[in-house]
Design a protein around this ligand. Structure first.
Ligand code: IVH
Length: 695
C-alpha cells in the first residue's frame, strides 16, 4: 500500500471509529489506538498537502483561524411547527389530519422534540458539503467549518460498495468489512440530499462548560440551547471542537429519497451513519400518541440532551404533500410541548440579596423539593413588583418551576392548600439587609437599590471581585472566597487596600502558607503594569464596560483629562450617550472616588495611555465606521480592529448607509459585496488601508 492509499484507508477507518463511538456509543478500539491512527494520518497528510480534504477526520479538531459566515438561501424554506400544549389540542390535530385525508388510513410518526438549534446538512456523493443554520427560515448562515468538528455528524457516508468489500487497514479492525459496523447498507444514499436535525449540547458538557466559565468569572449560559447556539456562532472552529456538541437528525429531504415513508427514510439515514434517535415510533391510533407523550414526559429526564416536547408527523410522504402547509408550518406535523416541571412546596422565608451594583433581589427559601433532577431550596422572586403580584404569605404552598433557565422561580401560590389563617404577608424591604441604608428606586427600573455603595459590604466585595477579574486587572490568585476572607479579617475595605497588603498580614491569622501569600502579593504588584484602558474598566464605573473604557481612554488619554470632562465633552464622543456621560460625571464628583484614585496613583497604577499606544494613535479615521470582511494576509482581523480604533475609527459588524468604507481581504462574502455595491460604499484592500493610515 503506498502512502496515498494508506491515507484513504486511514480516513475511512477513522470515520468508522468516530461513528462507533459518537453515534452508536460502541467503541471498538481504545482512545490510545484511535489517537495513534489519527497521528499517523496527520503525519501522512502533512507530507501530502495535495491530498488535503476538508472532510478528513483530522479536520475535526478545528483551527484558531477566524472564519466568516456567508449567508445561504435554503433550497426549501425551514418551516417551524405549530405548538400544542394539551391532549385536547393533539386530538384536534389528529381530527384535522383525518378530515384532510378524507378518511384514508394514515400512520403517525412520533418523535422527541429536541431543544437545540436546527441545522440543515447537504450531502453530495456521500460527502458533507454544506451546513446551514435556520436563520429566518428563508436564509441562514453557512456554518460548515464549525459543523465539521461535531463528531457525530458524518463527513463521509459509508459507500454502498463498502458493504461488500473494503480493504482492511489495520489489525484491530480487520474483522469488519463494511465502513459502519451496525447496519449494512441495504439502500444506497441519493447522490444529492439534505438532512435536517438539531444541534445540541449534552447536559454533561453544558455543566462542565459552565463550571469552567464560573472559575474564569465569565458569564454562565442559561441553558444548553443557548450554549449550543453561542458555540455554533463561534468564529474559531477549535472552540466548537472543544465544546462537545452532538446532533440528532429527524428530517430527510430530496428528490430521490429511498422510501415513501418518513420513518423508513430515517431508518435508511441511520444506516448511512446518521444519528437518528431510537425514541421514534410509528403509530396508528390517538391512544398510542397519548401513550408516547405520557411515557416521554417522565422518561425524558434520563436523556443525555434537553427535549421540550414531542413532534407528530404524518408518515406517508404522499399524504404529507396532500395535506400541504400553511404560511408558517406544515399541516401534516405538529409539536406538543411538555409542561415545564413544577412542584409544590412550602414557603418558609424570603431573604434579600444585594449585588455589586447594589440591586436587591428577593429570594424564596422553601422546604426542599425534587425538581428536574436536582433538589431545590431557593427560588428567585425577581423584584418587588413580581413579589407583590404573587401575594405571598409565609407558610403558603407555592408552585416552583424550572423551565429553560437554571434558576428556579416561583410561579404561583398553590391555592389547593389555601386556608383562611395564612401566615403574615411577605413585604419587600425598605432598608438594605446588609448595611441598613434606605433603598432607592431609579426612574423606569424594576429594581430597588442600596445607595450606600461605599460602605455596604456586598457592594464593596463585589467591586473588588470585579477589579481583580480576568478582563480587568487579572489578579487571578484572588477568588471570591479569598476576598471574602480578607474582608472579614478587616484587611481590605476598597481596591486601593489591595496594594497595601503585605506577606505577614496574609500569613497571619489565616495561616496561609508563605509561598501562596507572597504569590498573591506579587500578582497584585504585577497588576500595576495593566494598561490604562483596563484600569478604567476595573474601576467599575456604572455603564463603563470593557469597550466603553477603551473608547474613553483613547479619547481622553489620561485619567485627569477624563475627570475634568464636562457633559458636552463626553456626549461628543461616538458611542457615549446621556446615561454613560452622567454616570462618569457622577463618579468623578464623588470625593471618596477622588481619594481612592489618589491612593491608586501613589501605588503606581497606569493612569494614562502607554507611550506605544499614544505614538501609534492618530485621528485619521475619526468619525468613520469601518466594516471588516474576508481573509487577510498582513495582519489578523483583531489587529485590524485595533488599528482602526487606534486611529479614532469604529469597527462595526454590518454594512449600512452609515458605513464609511469596507476593509476587504480575500473572499469577501458575496452578500456583503452585493450590499456594498448597492449602497455605493468604498471598498479598500489591505494594502490600500495600510497606506491610508500610514500617510
Ligand atoms: S421537524 C417541517 N422534528 O422544532 C418540519 N423538528 O418548531 C420541520 N425540532 O425548527 C421540523 N425536534 O428546530 C422536527 N423531531 C423533530 C424536532 C424538531 C426539534 C425543532 C426544529 C424546528 C422546531 C419546530
Amino acid at each position: 500500500m503506498n502512502e496515498q492509499e494508506r491515507i484513504v484507508a486511514l480516513r475511512a477507518e477513522l470515520h468508522r471509529h468516530n461513528h462507533n463511538y459518537y453515534v452508536l456509543n460502541q467503541p471498538t478500539i481504545s482512545d490510545q489506538e484511535f489517537d495513534a491512527l489519527l497521528r499517523e494520518l496527520q503525519d501522512l497528510e502533512a507530507r501530502h498537502p495535495e491530498l488535503f480534504d476538508p472532510n478528513s477526520p483530522t479536520q475535526r479538531v478545528g483551527s484558531d483561524l477566524s472564519n466568516e459566515f456567508q449567508t445561504f438561501r435554503h433550497t426549501r424554506p425551514m418551516l417551524s411547527l405549530a405548538n400544542t400544549y394539551n391532549k385536547e389540542e393533539v386530538r384536534e390535530y389528529y381530527e384535522r389530519v383525518r378530515e384532510g385525508l378524507q378518511g384514508e388510513p394514515f400512520e403517525i410518526c412520533c418523535e422527541l422534540k429536541f431543544d437545540g438549534l436546527s441545522i440543515s446538512l447537504h450531502y453530495e456523493d456521500g460527502r458533507l458539503v454544506r451546513a446551514v443554520t435556520r436563520g429566518d427560515g428563508e436564509q441562514g448562515d453557512d456554518v460548515t467549518a464549525n459543523v465539521r468538528t461535531i463528531r457525530s455528524i458524518p463527513l463521509q457516508l459509508a459507500s454502498p460498495a463498502d458493504s461488500s468489500s473494503s480493504p482492511s487497514t489495520s489489525a484491530p479492525s480487520a474483522s469488519s468489512s463494511n465502513l459502519f459496523s451496525r447496519d449494512s447498507i441495504a439502500v444506497p444514499w441519493p447522490r444529492e440530499f439534505e438532512i435536517r436535525g438539531e444541534i445540541l449540547m449534552p447536559w454533561t458538557s453544558f455543566e462542565a462548560l459552565n463550571r469552567e466559565r464560573e472559575a474564569r468569572e465569565e458569564p454562565l449560559f442559561a441553558n444548553p440551547r443557548n450554549a449550543a447556539s453561542g458555540t455554533l456562532k463561534s468564529k474559531q472552529t477549535s472552540v466548537v471542537a472543544e465544546r462537545h456538541l452532538d446532533a440528532y437528525l429527524y428530517y430527510l429531504l430530496g428528490d430521490n429519497l429511498p422510501a415513501e415513508g418518513h420513518y423508513e427514510n430515517l431508518l435508511h439515514a441511520r444506516s448511512w451513519g446518521f444519528k437518528v434517535s431510537d425514541a421514534m415510533r410509528k403509530v396508528h391510533t390517538l391512544q398510542e400518541i397519548y401513550d408516547f407523550i405520557d411515557y416521554w414526559d417522565t422518561a425524558r429526564r434520563d436523556l443525555p440532551v434537553a427535549t421540550d416536547g414531542i413532534v407528530l408527523k404524518v408518515n406517508d410522504l404522499r399524504q404529507q404533500r396532500a395535506l400541504g402547509m400553511t404560511a408558517k408550518s406544515p399541516r401534516w406535523a405538529i409539536a406538543y410541548k411538555f409542561q415545564a416541571e413544577q412542584q409544590s412546596t412550602i414557603l418558609r422565608e424570603v431573604t434579600f440579596q444585594v449585588g455589586r451594583t447594589g440591586a436587591v433581589t428577593p429570594v424564596a427559601n422553601m422546604d426542599p423539593v425534587q425538581l428536574s433532577g436536582t433538589i431545590v431550596r431557593r427560588a428567585t422572586l425577581h423584584n418587588a413588583d413580581f413579589m407583590a403580584q404573587l401575594d405571598l404569605h409565609l407558610g403558603d404552598h407555592v408552585l416552583v418551576e424550572k423551565g429553560g433557565e437554571i434558576i428556579p422561580k416561583i410561579v404561583a401560590v398553590d391555592t389547593t392548600f389555601l386556608t383562611p389563617d395564612r401566615g403574615p404577608r411577605v413585604e419587600f424591604i425598605r432598608r438594605c439587609p446588609e448595611c441598613g441604608a434606605e433603598l432607592v428606586r431609579f426612574e423606569g427600573e424594576a429594581a430597588w437599590y442600596c445607595p450606600n455603595d461605599s460602605h455596604c459590604p456586598p457592594q464593596i466585595k463585589g467591586r473588588i471581585e470585579h477589579f481583580v477579574s480576568r478582563r480587568a486587572m487579572n489578579i487571578d490568585t484572588l477568588g471570591p472566597e479569598t476576598i471574602d476572607d480578607f474582608y472579614n479579617r478587616g484587611l481590605i475595605r476598597d481596591i486601593a487596600d489591595l496594594y497595601e497588603l503585605n506577606v505577614d498580614q496574609l500569613n497571619g491569622a489565616h495561616g496561609e502558607r508563605q509561598r501562596s501569600a507572597s504569590k498573591t502579593i506579587q500578582a497584585i504588584a504585577d497588576s500595576r503594569q495593566v494598561p490604562f484602558e483596563r484600569v478604567l474598566f476595573a474601576l467599575g464605573i456604572r455603564f463603563v464596560g470593557e469597550q466603553m473604557a477603551k473608547i474613553l481612554a483613547r479619547s481622553f488619554k489620561n485619567i485627569d483629562a477624563l475627570s475634568r470632562a464636562r457633559l458636552d465633552d463626553l456626549l461628543q464622543i461616538n458611542g457615549v450617550g446621556q446615561a454613560i456621560a452622567e454616570s462618569v460625571i457622577r463618579w468623578f464628583q464623588d470625593a471618596d472616588n477622588i481619594f481612592l484614585l489618589e491612593r491608586l496613583r501613589a501605588h503606581g497604577l497606569q493612569f494614562q495611555l502607554s507611550e506605544d499606544v499614544l505614538a501609534a494613535q492618530s485621528d485619521r479615521l475619526a468619525g468613520q465606521s469601518v466594516v471588516i470582511s474576508g481573509v487577510f494576509s498582513h495582519h489578523s482581523r483583531d489587529e485590524y480592529k485595533a488599528l482602526i480604533e487606534q486611529h479614532g475609527g469604529k469597527n462595526v459588524g454590518s454594512i449600512s448607509k452609515k458605513t464609511s468604507f469596507i476593509l476587504a481581504g480575500e473572499n469577501m462574502g458575496p452578500s456583503k459585496l452585493e450590499k456594498a455595491q448597492k449602497l455605493g460604499i468604498l471598498i479598500l484592500s489591505e494594502d490600500q488601508f495600510l497606506a491610508m493610515i500610514e500617510e
